[in-house]
Design a protein around this ligand. Structure first.
Ligand code: NAD
Ligand code: GLY
Length: 367
């Protein structure tokens, strides 16, 4: 793998997403916020810090201390996936205008995937693109959303339908922030971490089977390993396929189903990671029905996700027909046909076009 990786003893671990001139570091460790680590990744003096009303009271002061002496404004939006909207992105643009931010301004995204995706989107369109830093504070954002440059807002019609590819300048993941993360959010992040084992690395999947209890107990060494391994795999996939013309789509295992579940739930009923957990099992069930994966592999996936406290069944009030209809707005649709990430068993996934809708419906309703 073309990934630079070196440990900074006792402090942090550093990886890089290798994208030529646009390469950037992912710094993972403890006590990173409030330790003057942000300035090195800023060019201009104007900085907009974007966060929400849950995360800001916890960590904004540390970030502001790191930015002392610069021309800093804040934009604090209400918490929630249902706030991942045009309107909130426009609030960020208005804050940039008030700051008189030019092309050398930087947005600092402090929060989970909702803040990171939305702040990244605002950065991608302000004056046709300015720099942004990702400071992920959820497990999900550390293992997935802060890396790779997918930015977006939701529409009522579907998840992440409006957005841009725009890579951050750096990702700074302070594992100490996970101490305040609510249990349900923590478990939702584990779904995306397990996904990497499920799609590309059978050994990693087995590691999750062995070490899940330590991870759930938030053992610091286990957490560092989870974030490091996830970022290493994701950085390698993004390096090879930044704009998702090929293998990057594998990272969407379970997501076509998951996004439909989030949309049908009005973006409030299921957390993203929970919807992805259900979606991975539904995709694996379809794969088993099509003879691509063993039932025993499906049972292992389902059991690991259940041990992590994640839901694995289609909500009964979301009918197969309603699910399929919501899935038709997926970004992987080509020529009106769904393309799904299906499964060959632990550690192997593939992109499949042309799965018959009757099979998809049957997979959604295994009774
Ligand atoms: P989130 O951003 O809503 O954060 C989850 C909750 O945890 C929120 O209530 C938040 O306020 C709170 N929180 C965050 N950090 C905290 C902390 N340290 N202590 C206490 N509370 C904290 O959700 P998420 O799960 O981080 O991200 C989900 C979003 O990420 C979805 O919108 C999804 O589409 C997106 N996503 C994007 C990508 C990508 O590649 N860009 C990948 C996966 C997911
Ligand atoms: N989370 C999917 C991707 O970044 O491609």
């Amino acid at each position: 793998m073309n990934i630079i990786s070196r440990a900074e003893p006792g402090l942090s671990h550093r990886l890089a997403v290798d994208l030529g001139e646009r390469s950037y570091p992912i710094i993972i460790g403890n006590r990173l916020l409030g330790a003057d680590r942000l300035r090195a990744h800023l060019d201009g003096r104007k900085v907009l810090v974007v966060s929400n009303d849950t995360v800001a009271p916890l960590y904004l002061q540390h970030v502001l201390a790191d930015l002392e002496g610069l021309d800093v404004a804040t934009c604090i939006i209400p918490d929630g996936e249902s706030e991942k909207t045009w309107t909130r992105a426009a609030d960020m643009l208005a804050a940039l205008a008030s700051l008189r931010a030019g092309r050398d301004a930087t947005i600092v995204a402090l929060g989970g995937g909702v803040i990171g995706d939305m702040a990244g989107f605002a950065a991608s369109i302000w004056m046709r693109g300015i720099e942004f830093l990702q400071i992920p504070t959820t497990l999900l954002a550390m293992v997935d959303s802060s890396v790779g440059g997918k930015t977006a807002v939701n529409l009522p019609q579907g998840k992440n339908l409006v957005g841009a590819f725009h890579q951050p300048r750096a990702v700074i993941a302070d594992l100490d922030t996970l101490r305040t993360l609510p249990e349900r959010e923590f478990r939702a992040g584990i779904a995306e971490a397990i996904k990497y084992g499920a799609i590309v690395d059978a050994g990693l999947f087995e590691w999750y089977e062995r070490e899940l209890d330590a991870i759930l107990a938030r053992d610091p060494a286990a957490l560092l390993e989870v974030v490091k391994t996830s970022c290493t795999i994701k950085a390698d996939i993004v390096r090879r396929d930044e704009h998702e013309h090929g293998d990057r789509a594998l990272l969407n295992f379970g997501h076509t189903y998951g996004h439909a579940i989030e949309t049908l739930g009005g973006y409030t009923r299921f957390l993203h990671g929970e919807a992805v957990a259900i979606g991975m099992v539904l995709a694996a069930q379809l794969s088993a029905n099509l003879g691509m994966a063993d039932e025993s592999a499906l049972r292992r996936l389902q059991s690991l996700l259940e041990r992590a406290g994640l839901p694995v069944n289609r909500p009964t009030d979301m009918t197969p027909a309603a699910m399929l209809d919501a899935m038709r707005l997926d970004k992987k649709v080509q020529n009106g046909k769904l393309r799904l990430i299906l499964w060959r068993g632990i550690g192997q996934a593939e992109i499949c076009a042309g799965v018959a809708e009757a099979d998809i419906l049957a997979g959604l309703d295994p009774t």
